[in-house]
Design a protein around this ligand. Sequence first.
Ligand SMILES: [Zn+2]
Length: 354
Amino acid sequence: METNDRVDSLAGVEFYSGILIPGIVNAHCHLELSHLHEITPPVRGLTAFIRAIGPLRKTSSAEERKAAIGYQIARMRNEGIVAVADTCNGPSSFPIKQKGPIYVHNFLELFGLRTTSIDPLRHSIEQCKNLDLPFSVTPHSTYSLNREAFAKAAEYAGKERTDTPLSIHFMESPEERELFQDRGALLEWFRECHLPADFAEEDSPAQRILQTIPRDRNLMLIHGTFATEKEIIALQQHFGDHLTWVLCPRSNARITGGKPPVELLRRHGAQIALGTDSTASSPTLSILEEMKVLAENPLEELLQWATLNGARALGIDSWCGSLEIGKRPGVALLEGVDLTHRRLTLHTTIRRLV
Ligand SMILES: [Zn+2]
């Protein structure tokens, strides 16, 4: 066997100073909102945020919106992201995704308090099937659907797609719990709009999930920022390994000022993945920047949250999420890491190698 104390000087050897990691998985974003980058007004609170972005959704032309989506996909690819969980309200982004260059699982979200069936999603479902794009039908959240429609969205499974995950916004804001207590800003807004609301029939958003979704369904709960320890324990006991908590800390900081309950989740053995939410609430779709916000956690765990756990949640860990023989997960290089203390720094950068 050949030995050499200057391996980096050998012909055919590429030397990188940093940490080689598998391609990253962005486990939650909304590419359709990419054109809202830096134009969302600085409001505080979930209700105020949703009210603010509603009128902005169609302010750009269709071409501008498509260009913004293409730009964000290319940027994510350059930053080592190989797979994305993208929440969609329609099919406008599908042709761009079909061209690649990254894998996208499309979560077709059902929402609307007057919605009673999954009919509003039929066109997007057909488009995904025609274009052979991975997709799931999912309830948007516990606060944007009444019970009947929430259950229908959770139940839906195309004949051959029974194992597709759900992706549900959960406890991003205290207002979501208040709604089930018949009070709060969300309820006031719904009343102002004369929308039907049946939330007071149940105790909490967690209870609606526990009573509606079978325990063997793969489920991604997005945010969980204001989930209590009791709720985390109940959800963990119900779903076990089928549950992944997807944290988007920069979006939380922007919309509510809250922080994800990382310590509680770790203490109760929860599987954590990372997402970015959209550029309406986050400056970029960079998972590295999300990791930096959580950099006080062990680096090995952070890297697993950013790669393997998202891949498992999406059911793509056969090819993605870890550097293993038989997989084609992509390779990225982290530079500027504090290797002595094994911590990310403000100067840590990432670039895609493969
Ligand atoms: Zn979201």
